[in-house]
Design a protein around this ligand. Structure first.
Ligand SMILES: [Zn+2]
Length: 649
């Protein structure tokens, strides 16, 4: 049996993955991992592949031996090479809390989840040399991660010691422990399911773990603790970052056809808009109810979300300055205006995202924390929050107003620098947090009273507000026509969904009500493609138009608040969010994102118009007392008092 197994392993290594083994031989010993695709193995030898799932403990040893015995073109011995399996079948892919620990014990599993906590890389005892304090004899005991026991008796004098570990005679390896959490349970804020995972050797310090990204861990499920209720834990064999980033996205022929159709023939999509642009199709596909026939202010909100999802280019300039491309959006609104629905949709469709509710999570849940606790055996554990987990994606925070002052303060600096600094005793470290923030919040007291400014109504300090590129207030519908339209559309969707769910015939109107313009997968592919583009201004007119807009905004507001600025105490009592260069940054980002949303490589005057419209609306929403701002479905820029109109296009 074992000879036959060895032969089959050897054949696979020699005939199917010889190039991988040869490549490892060149890199060895700097690299000791041989990454193997389980699905590829299953096509070559299904039985062998099944055996690896059922008995990884012994089977991985066979593969290890097989690697050592594979003839190599170069004169190297791969004595310490480790096989690592990725791409496990559906049957063995699960998440913390979603499998039976007793049934799965000893199996190789792929666990998808988010890093809720991780230790730093520490040395771990692989084999301890216990030195007897009576006779000096060494008793050697190997340990699996998470295990530690003293020898029962000395191999020399057969007494119970006492023993002391002799470090020079013991073997150590790099080690890291992490807590993997089920992302869906964490997002809902209810009971969380998690599992401890152990990373050894060159897996310790893996980039995806260090940065606390969502991951797929492949490993063997083992039981720890000798009592009647042992604890299931995973000894990890391989680590992969979960989700797709735009850098490594590759597209199928169908997807490329879709991009071309979106770019060349947007009118061929079934959207209720005349002569739509590519961005219009993306908006209609995002939230049909908010787009066709609805109030312009609602359409602006949807446009803002689509632009946040594609965002602008993030890069470092030759002089070292960091250009943030992520677009931060705040949606303050009355309850029932659909803001949470839109936010949850954005989190779901984004290729990478993290979701949290400000009410349910404390500070670290939104930012990050370094804590000293039992988990890390006296060292530091890192707990990442949504801003870290959303790196290279978007962080969606519902009920941001409930997050508390401290958290808001920390979030503010994270949004500015796109990193989160952590202090670990005397040391410090940073976690990357390059993400767009979508904040959703309610006014104090639940509803906008109608006469206070948005800043007063929100109770969020204004430095944080100034970090948002777009702040778009959503008010409950008050005019007859829109209330009726919304109600009708909701009943229509309910009716069509019910017919669909119970197998009744759908007419065209029904199909329109529930068929998405783009599937979630298609939408995600378009977002990834858009983020691969780096549009630049088409000509000088574009640059001049942005500059002229900024000049108008900047000069208009001091005029309005001239008296306040002239205060004798030297304090600024002007508008809550003064028009600083940040707003120029916001306009630049929104314009570039608008070009991306049209899958264009150039920023045109049309994109500048979008930027002017959205950023001006943000300034107006923030600045104007709500009594002037009230109107159909919210405020209306055109209702500003004549004196206020200067500078708002
Ligand atoms: Zn002894």
């Amino acid at each position: 049996m074992s000879d036959e197994l060895s032969d089959r392993v050897a054949q696979y290594l020699r005939w199917q993955v010889s190039d991988k083994v040869a490549l490892l031989a060149q890199r060895y010993p700097d690299d000791t991992s041989l990454t193997l695709d389980w699905t590829d193995l299953a096509r070559w030898d299904p039985t062998l592949a099944e055996d690896i799932l059922d008995a990884p403990d012994s089977m991985l040893e066979y593969v290890e031996r097989g690697i050592r015995d594979t003839p190599l073109p170069v004169d190297t011995s791969l004595g310490q090479a480790t096989p690592r399996f990725e791409n496990l079948p559906e049957s063995h892919t699960t998440a913390p809390g979603e499998f039976s620990p007793s049934d799965r014990r000893g199996q190789l599993l792929a666990l998808e989840g988010q890093v809720a906590k991780r230790t730093q890389v520490q040395p771990r005892l692989v084999e301890a040399a216990f030195e007897c304090q009576r006779c000096g004899t060494l008793t050697r005991i190997p340990f699996e991660p998470g295990q530690f026991i003293e020898p029962f008796e000395c191999v020399g004098c057969e007494t119970k010691g006492p023993f002391r570990i002799n470090p020079d005679q013991s073997r150590y390896e790099d080690y890291q422990k992490l807590l993997l959490e089920n992302p869906s349970s964490a997002a809902l804020g209810g009971d969380t399911s998690d599992i401890i995972a152990h990373l050894q050797g060159d897996l310790a310090g893996h980039g995806a773990i260090a940065n606390c990204q969502d991951v797929v861990l492949v490993g063997e499920l083992q039981f720890r603790g000798g009592g009647p209720i042992p604890e299931p834990q995973v000894v990890v064999n391989s680590v992969q970052a979960a989700g797709q980033t735009y850098q490594d996205a590759e597209f199928t022929a169908d997807q490329r056809d879709l991009f071309e159709r979106l770019r060349e023939r947007p009118e061929s999509f079934d959207v209720d808009i005349e002569d739509p642009s590519t961005a219009d199709v993306l908006m209609a596909a995002a939230a049909p109810k908010f787009v066709s026939g609805s109030h312009p202010r609602d359409r602006q909100v949807v446009r803002g979300l689509v632009l946040q999802l594609v965002s602008a280019s993030t890069f470092d300039g030759p002089d070292g300055s960091h250009y943030r491309g992520d677009v931060h959006v705040l949606l303050p609104g009355d309850p029932g205006t659909g803001k949470s629905v839109l936010a949850k949709w954005a989190a779901a469709v984004a290729p990478r995202s993290a979701f949290a509710s400000g009410e349910r999570v404390s500070g670290p849940g939104l930012t990050a924390a370094a804590v000293k606790d039992d988990f890390s055996d006296g060292g530091f554990s890192i707990e990442p929050g949504v801003l870290v987990r959303a790196h290279e994606g978007i962080a969606v925070v519902d009920e941001l107003d409930k997050a508390g002052e401290d958290t808001i303060e920390k979030m503010h600096s994270a949004l500015a620098d796109q990193i989160l600094p952590l202090s670990l005793g005397g040391q410090s470290m940073t976690l990357p947090a390059e993400c767009g923030l979508l904040g959703v919040c309610n006014p104090l007291g639940g509803h906008f009273a109608g006469d206070e400014s948005l800043v007063d109504a929100l109770g969020i300090n204004s430095p944080l507000l100034s970090r948002f590129d777009l702040i778009m207030q959503m008010r409950s519908k008050q005019d007859r026509e829109h209330v009726r339209e919304l109600a009708e559309s909701m009943i229509r969707t309910w009716s069509a969904s019910l017919k669909d769910a119970t197998g009744q015939a759908l007419d065209t109107a029904d199909a329109d009500a529930i068929d998405p313009v783009l599937s979630m997968d298609q939408y995600r592919a378009v977002l990834l493609r858009a983020r691969q583009l780096h549009p630049t201004p088409a000509n000088d007119r574009v640059i001049e138009a942005l500059a002229a807009w900024f000049e108008e905004q900047k000069m208009a507001l001091p005029e309005r608040y001239r008296d306040a600025l002239a205060d004798a105490d030297g304090q600024y009592h002007g508008p809550p969010v003064p028009v600083t260069a940040r707003k120029l940054g916001a306009a630049r980002r929104v314009a570039q994102a608008a070009a991306r949303a049209n899958l264009r490589e150039e920023i045109t005057m049309a994109d500048v118009e979008v930027a002017k419209e959205l950023v001006s609306r943000s300034l107006a929403d923030l600045d104007i007392p709500i009594v002037h701002n009230a109107g159909l479905g919210g405020g209306d820029v055109n209702r500003r008092e004549p004196a206020d109109l200067s500078g708002v296009s």
